[in-house]
Design a protein around this ligand. Structure first.
Ligand code: SF4
Length: 440
């Protein structure tokens, strides 16, 4: 289904039928609820508050508060509601009859129907890159613009996986000098619903580009008996293999909403992404890292970019408050035993790409079970920070590898549409596309 609408709610408009759970009599559903007036089965959804603002636990608490039902009863009902709304991509039918068919008791239906499963974002612009990457410009209900990037990766002729990079804030307060988003300043936080809705809209775009394996992420843990190729088996029901919180904004500056969205994305009854396939990236907001590691079922990535304080502070103001020693000490103290971490390092010619920088980086990451992701710099707002030559990149990689560091290189993707790392510009999109020379 082509997605070109900018009307709220129209982008995901699909027709009604949806898999239903078995019917459950009201008396089995809840023995401790307040009496509520029955909602006619055909009552249409007129709700405005988004259902996707809730994960399973917060929805159960919401139900319990509104109805007086026991929390464990509410949690079972919350599971059914989230399964109905989010288990499959596209908009579900959401009325009294659909909820009844999903096994949700009459006591809970009015509260649930006051929540809307419709997405809070609409697609304002879709820019396909020559390399297959698709940059999505998304509009919030208050007309703010944020961006997501769909990045397909091919192995041979097969599409091996599709990574979706999503945003967590409108703009960003962290002002990293190499980043277009940092020039915007922070307008506001995205809600959990707006974070999750990026996945829902991108899934429809991805579905146009590829057949979706509906077996879900559990498929990768089961023997492949369906004839699906191995690459297909790595994709979720949403046609997306990995979700990375590496778009606009610093996720740990919006921790509460990020935690809700991660919980919903990794909930088996909802989006069902494996936690290992959801990565949240931070520039090193040290005081929020312990809470994130304690509460999120997701991987952590840390954008390091240079391993000495003076130069890091020059390009990343966060380092003036939380220096490298504090960052490392916090990670070592709070990372669960055995958990792997990803360090990201963007290479800028003559700034941080010397062999001594590779040695410094290797020393910094030595105590961790980690990988280092090297990122050739993309054209950005600081004309002094340009990409290293391939020769310097190769030498840097060789030095890291010789020091025993597991090293990956992220190929630049989506540069020609302003969708690469550091290029997401939101409301400045058109201006930025005029300013930034394109590469191909
Ligand atoms: S790199 Fe990340 S933290 Fe830094 S300004 Fe850009 S979006 Fe914000």
């Amino acid at each position: 289904m082509p997605i070109t609408s900018t009307q709220p709610g129209a982008a995901l408009a699909l027709d009604g039928a949806h898999p239903v759970a078995s019917e459950a009599p009201m008396s089995r559903e809840c023995g401790n609820h307040r009496a509520v007036s029955a909602v006619p089965a055909s009552t249409p959804c007129r709700a405005t508050s988004p259902l996707a603002a809730h994960d399973r636990r917060s929805l159960a608490e919401h139900l319990s508060t509104r109805t007086g039902a026991k929390l464990d009863t509410c949690e079972r009902t919350a599971q059914k509601a989230l399964r109905l709304a989010f288990r499959e991509p596209g908009e579900c039918r959401w009325d009294g009859e659909a909820l009844e068919r999903a096994g949700i008791g009459a006591w809970a239906r009015p509260t649930l129907l006051a929540l809307s499963p419709r997405p809070t974002l609409t697609l304002a612009e879709r820019a396909p890159s020559s390399d297959g990457t698709v940059r999505l410009l998304l509009r919030t209900e208050d007309n703010a613009l944020v961006e997501s990037v769909l990045i397909p990766v091919h192995e041979g002729r097969n599409r091996a996986r599709t990574t979706l990079c999503i945003s967590t804030q409108v703009g960003c307060a962290r002002a990293c000098s190499f980043c277009e988003t940092g020039r915007l300043g922070l307008s506001r936080q995205l809600t959990a619903a707006e974070i999750v809705d990026q996945v829902r809209l991108a899934a429809l775009v991805a579905a146009e580009e590829q057949p979706v394996d509906r077996r879900g992420p559990m498929a990768e843990r089961r023997p492949n008996t369906t004839g699906a190729t191995a690459p297909q088996a790595r994709r979720s029901r949403y046609g997306i293999s990995n979700v990375v919180f590496m778009g606009m904004g610093e996720p740990l500056d919006n921790l509460k909403e990020v935690l809700h969205s991660v919980a919903l994305l990794t909930d088996d009854v909802a989006f069902a992404f494996a936690p290992s396939r959801v990565t949240v990236s931070t520039v090193g907001v040290v005081d929020k890292i312990p809470a994130f590691l304690r509460e999120a079922r997701a991987e952590l990535a840390v954008s390091l970019h240079v391993a000495d304080d003076a130069r890091r502070s020059a390009i990343m103001p966060v380092n003036r408050k939380h220096d490298l020693a504090a960052l490392r000490a916090t990670l070592l103290e709070h990372l669960p035993r055995g958990q792997r971490i990803l360090f990201q390092y963007t290479l800028f010619q003559g700034f941080n790409d010397h062999l001594e920088d590779a040695d410094q980086l290797a020393e910094y990451v030595a105590p961790f079970r980690c990988r280092v992701n090297l990122i050739p710099a993309n054209p950005g707002p600081d004309p002094q920070l340009v990409s290293s030559t391939p020769e310097r990149l190769d030498a840097f990689i060789a030095r890291l590898v010789s020091r025993g560091v597991t090293t990956l290189v992220r190929r630049p993707r989506g540069r020609d549409v302003g969708g690469a790392c550091g290029q997401l510009a939101g409301s400045r999109r058109l201006e930025v596309l005029r300013e930034v020379p394109t590469c191909s």
